[in-house]
Ligand binder design. Structure first.
Ligand SMILES: [Zn+2]
Ligand SMILES: [Zn+2]
Length: 136
């Protein structure tokens, strides 16, 4: 978690906001307020309207982005400024972010060899998480 995210966005760091961000960061996929509420309520006492209110604040401050999908529901995504890659379990869709990037050197070599200025890259690892492995 980026430590100064609340400072940068100029909002108070509360336990509930930190929790919502952590949940979104861990999932690394867009989630609805209901999704987040289902997860958050297992960890702290929180109600759905508090989740909505905090998601609104975080969105207004540019910490989260909100998109409305065809089903009419609002999905929230954490806007991460940290470059990272993802490790995804193909069995249960659990996602871990991998914060180190092994591609910096390769990127430089490629730029030198091709003359491209490389702007970004993406890389996902897929596999079976320990929990799913132990079930088999
Ligand atoms: Zn799994
Ligand atoms: Zn990378």
């Amino acid at each position: 978690m980026e430590p100064n995210i609340f400072k940068t966005a100029d909002i108070k760091s509360t336990q509930k906001r930190r929790l919502l961000l952590l949940l979104l960061q861990k999932q690394q996929r867009p989630m609805t307020a209901e999704d987040l509420y289902e997860k958050a309520k297992l960890l702290v006492s929180i109600n759905l309207s508090t989740v909505y209110r905090n998601l609104n604040t975080l969105t207004e401050k540019g910490v989260l982005s909100r998109t409305i999908r065809q089903n009419g529901k609002a999905y929230y995504t954490f806007i991460s400024h940290v470059h990272c890659h993802r490790l995804i379990c193909t069995s249960c869709n659990d996602i871990i972010s991998v914060e180190s990037c092994p591609l910096g050197e390769l990127q430089e070599t490629l730029e030198q060899e091709t003359g491209y200025q490389i702007l970004e890259h993406s890389l996902e690892f897929k596999g079976i998480c320990p929990e799913c492995r132990s079930k088999k």
